[in-house]
Ligand binder design. Structure first.
Ligand SMILES: NC(=O)c1ccc[n+]([C@@H]2O[C@H](COP(=O)([O-])OP(=O)(O)OC[C@H]3O[C@@H](n4cnc5c(N)ncnc54)[C@H](OP(=O)(O)O)[C@@H]3O)[C@@H](O)[C@H]2O)c1
Length: 334
């Protein structure tokens, strides 16, 4: 139970954060957004989750990214967020851009997964209750369902937007082959896709190589990167071993098997490039993501306010020389 008297700092929009326009829309997003996939569930201390959310908001991070199953346990990151909305953030609701998603495993039985209209509508209703919200700013289909007709999933997004439970809609992890149809279906119903959310970082170039970035731009959608730090690999976290409080030690989503001596050597060399730019490895990794206008925002995860502060400094220098970009590619073997 939190007895709050939170009051946001006055200069929250003048402390260095920059805002980028999201495709052809009226929405600006902060270059750095905060995601609640890990570290905000019911197994994390509520006071730390609260500190991170309020700290982020005080630094101009007004976009918070959630999904129905974030935790652990499922639903608990939304419940944490809902508590903080109630105790602290209610006066700031109109300054916040809040997302949620449905598409992965959430509840038992045939209606708690994938892309049916039944699942998307019920899940969003549950999410709104957990988050103590009347509406979300953007609702995503979290992944492509190869069995449900894609028109059923997309029409559910259209109808959700028309119901007012979400102001905008987005798609995440959709394969490039389906993108023309998905963007066009939504646009032709006057509910254009606001954002494509995809994994993009120095180590994972799929949005470039599969033309997902280019397609978003062509269709007037924004692109928002998730796991821009490759879940912490692109930071100093693992340069000297695997800390016991790190994601690799704690959670199966980051397989510690990847941390071979050869891989860690590459991370050290990337860290050297970052140092030559006057940045931490995390800052360089985020700056790399933001180096051109194809990316609207990066969604970071964090386990402390210090990590958020480190990451915020990335926006100070997002320009790269060709030599730096070539060297980064050479280090990771591209
Ligand atoms: N649409 C999708 O399918 C999808 C999938 C995954 C994620 N997402 C979204 O993207 C968000 C971010 O994903 P992610 O958590 O994988 O992002 P990430 O930013 O790549 O990794 C976050 C982790 O990196 C470490 N870290 C962050 N800043 C650091 C710093 N300055 N120095 C050292 N370590 C640092 C922390 O690890 P420790 O916890 O070990 O300290 C933190 O938990 C999620 O919360 C979610 O909102 C969406």
């Amino acid at each position: 139970m939190i007895n709050s008297v939170y009051s946001a700092v006055q200069d929250r929009y003048d402390c260095g954060m920059k805002y980028r326009r999201c495709g052809r829309s009226g929405i600006l997003l902060p270059e750095i957004s905060l995601g609640l996939w890990h570290n905000f569930g019911d197994q994390a201390p509520l006071s730390r989750s609260r500190d991170m959310i309020l700290h982020a908001f005080d630094k101009g991070i007004c976009h918070f990214d959630l999904a129905n199953n974030y935790g652990p346990s499922y639903g608990s990151a939304e419940a944490t967020f809902g508590q903080i909305m109630k105790s602290d953030m209610r006066p700031y609701r109109d300054e916040m851009f809040i997302s949620t998603k449905a598409g992965y495993d959430m509840w038992p039985g045939p209606y708690g997964n994938w892309g049916s209209r039944k699942y998307l509508f019920s899940s969003l209703d549950q999410s709104l209750k957990r988050m103590n919200l009347d509406y979300v700013d953007i609702f995503y289909t979290h992944r492509f369902d190869p069995v449900t007709p894609v028109e059923e999933t997309l029409q559910a997004l259209v109808d959700i937007a028309r119901s007012g439970k979400a102001l905008y809609v987005g798609i995440s992890n959709y394969p490039c082959e389906i993108l023309d149809h998905a963007y066009d279906y939504l646009a032709s119903r006057d509910v254009p896709c606001l954002l494509y959310q995809g994994k993009y970082n120095i180590l994972n170039r799929e949005p470039e190589t599969r033309s997902i970035l280019a397609k978003a731009k062509e269709k007037g959608s924004g692109f928002i990167s998730f796991s821009p730090l490759a879940q912490g690999l692109l930071t100093d976290r693992y340069l000297g071993g695997i800390p016991s409080d790190s994601r690799a030690a704690r959670n199966a989503s980051l397989d510690k098997g990847i941390l071979t001596p050869e891989f860690v050597d590459r991370l050290r060399r990337l860290n050297g490039v970052a140092a030559s730019r006057g940045q931490s490895l995390a800052q360089m990794a985020l700056a790399w993501n933001l180096k051109d206008d194809l990316v609207t925002s990066v969604i970071i995860g964090a386990s402390s306010t210090a990590q958020i502060d480190d990451n915020l400094n990335a926006v100070r220098n997002t320009a790269f020389t060709k030599e730096e970009l070539d060297l980064i590619n050479q280090i990771i073997g591209i």
